[in-house]
Design a binder for this molecule. Structure first.
Ligand code: HBI
Length: 99
């Protein structure tokens, strides 16, 4: 089911409120890289994010190597070909609260 995409004003606000995140994929996603002490810390973070994602039914695209975790948020169901939605804002806020 399609969900509304964020307007450019909403995206500007999102980036202002969450300066650790950067726009990616020509404005269709946001991304943040986390660096932890070791793999165990990184995996613990990923486990907590996974529970958030399940609770919100909104899932990250992510890459992990050892203590680094790269998180990208986009909404596959947004607009015609995907994009940023309020779901991404909500999940980014929850992830920031964990970090
Ligand atoms: N996660 N990032 C992301 N984007 C989605 O559109 C999405 C999701 N998780 C589940 C989900 N959509 C559900 O609406 C199912 O339709 C897949």
């Amino acid at each position: 089911m399609s969900v509304p995409e964020l307007t450019s004003e909403e995206i500007t606000l999102l980036l202002a409120d969450h300066p650790a995140w950067a726009l990616a994929r020509e404005g269709k996603a946001i991304t943040r890289t986390f660096q932890f002490k070791d793999f165990s810390q990184a995996w613990g973070f990923m486990s907590r994010v996974a529970l958030l994602a399940e609770a919100q039914d909104h899932h990250p695209e992510w890459f992990n190597v050892y203590a680094k975790v790269e998180v990208t948020l986009t909404t596959h169901d947004a607009g015609q070909t995907g994009g940023l939605s309020q779901r991404d804002v909500t999940l980014a806020q929850a992830i920031d609260a964990l970090a």
